[in-house]
Design a protein around this ligand. Structure first.
Ligand SMILES: [Zn+2]
Ligand SMILES: [Zn+2]
Length: 418
């Protein structure tokens, strides 16, 4: 399914709304909210900037504002004003709900509130400031984060950990930056935000997740390839969600043989369709000397050359450590929420010449690589099928409830007027 399918309306076929997320009110501009927090209902207009001639200031935008776990989103009208130098105003075409949105909604991770969630989206530029990275009319995706470009971390090549990093969908809703997330009709992309013009070919549902899950998969493989090439490597991917599936397809394209481990049979089947040579249930009895190894694997007897955890599950992380070959690399990308610790036997790492790398956020080049990969393979592979139910923006609470049920890889969200 993709963005062209009928959206999930307000009918009885949607999931019942639990106590975590009561139904939100319609997203009408200028809606008022009883008991609202410090956020203003109509955020201040931006300081007039030096926008490109031809840019049009978008009319009123609507942001769905999250006030904390257990509280419904509220629709807040925002007057964006003209874009400043280097800024883009983007009309959201389609957004997807990432697992971290769900974790925040459930209170499993702390974020400043109020805020506008959503950091996987594709949209169209409706206004561009001078020296902005795209033009009015361009269809774009953007990085999950914007970095300053001149702090010590930016200087040493880890802009994703910039001292002044600001992240879409993770920043406090404020007059300074009200349109900071994907669950809105519009977003304001700050100067310096990595942006990729994506063209018109691919369905929005394929492109929207590029800015988080798919770019993270690209970054995880880049981390692995700093140690050894993927060509000819035997790779274990633990976790068959978006990062794991995308990484599987990318690794196979570069000549790796990939095994995916996931307890969900539907995800194992998806993994095969994304090119995995085998897909295993981690709960199956181990029939090999290396934990997690599929029976009959042609991998070198001592394990996998590259192990990528995309699940964040402590058991999967531990199994991956046990399954890595001598001289192998372990990349952790899924552990973005607090979990129990995982025991590590230092001698195993030392004698096994094992490298462990963490990947979080990603560099601008990773977003570019992810989009180019989608442009080459986004139609051949079943990326569009990863988005199941699609909800109108004003039903964002129901979309988050649905996403928390993990019935599909991604839930879609579209502004109601589209
Ligand atoms: Zn994400
Ligand atoms: Zn910086």
């Amino acid at each position: 399914m993709n963005a062209g399918q009928p959206v999930h309306g307000g009918g009885a076929d949607g999931p019942s709304v639990d106590t975590m997320h009561a139904e939100s009110r319609p997203a009408t501009a200028g809606a008022t909210t009883p008991g609202s927090t410090a956020a203003s209902e109509t955020a201040a207009a931006r300081t007039p900037g030096s926008e490109t001639p031809g840019s049009e200031t978008p009319g009123s935008a609507t942001a769905m504002v999250f006030d904390g776990p257990g509280r419904p989103h509220r629709a807040v009208a925002v007057e964006p004003g003209p874009p400043g130098a280097g800024e883009l105003h983007v009309a959201i075409e389609f957004a997807t709900v990432c697992g971290s949105d769900v974790h925040t909604a459930l209170g499993h991770r702390d974020e400043p509130t109020p805020l506008v969630l959503g950091h996987e989206a594709v949209g169209r530029v409706v206004a561009a400031g001078s020296e902005a990275p795209a033009s009015v009319g361009d269809r774009v995706v953007c990085s999950v984060a914007v970095h300053c470009g001149d702090c010590d971390r930016c200087a040493r090549g880890i802009p994703q950990k910039c001292r002044r990093l600001r992240k879409y969908g993770h920043s406090e809703f404020s007059d300074d930056w009200p349109l900071s997330g994907g669950f809105a009709t519009h977003a304001r992309l700050l100067p310096g935000t990595p942006v990729v013009v994506v063209g018109e070919e691919l369905p929005a549902a394929v492109l929207a997740p590029a800015g988080c899950g798919i770019a993270t998969a690209w970054a995880a493989l880049a981390a692995a390839e700093r140690i050894r090439p993927l060509a000819g490597a035997d790779v274990l991917v633990t976790g068959g969600g978006l990062i794991g599936l995308a990484a599987t397809a990318m690794a196979v394209e570069r000549g790796a043989r990939v095994t995916v481990s996931d307890p969900d049979s539907e995800r194992r089947e998806l993994a095969r369709r994304f090119g995995a040579a085998s897909a295993i249930d981690p709960r199956d009895p181990v029939r090999d000397s290396s934990a997690g190894r599929p029976p009959g694997s042609p991998a070198a007897l001592d394990g996998f050359d590259i192990v990528l955890d995309a699940s964040g599950a402590p058991g999967a992380v531990a199994a991956g450590l046990a399954a890595v070959a001598t001289g192998g690399t372990v990349v952790w990308a899924g552990s973005v929420f607090p979990t129990d610790p995982v025991p590590i036997v230092p001698e195993r790492i030392v004698r096994g010449l094992v490298t462990i790398a963490g990947v979080h956020n990603y560099a601008p080049s990773d977003l570019e690589g992810a989009v180019r990969f989608l442009q080459r393979h986004g139609r051949r592979l079943p990326f569009a099928e990863l988005v199941g139910e699609v909800f109108p923006l004003e039903r964002i609470d129901a979309a988050l409830v649905r996403a928390a049920e993990r019935r599909e890889i991604r839930v879609g969200v579209v502004p109601a007027s589209r």
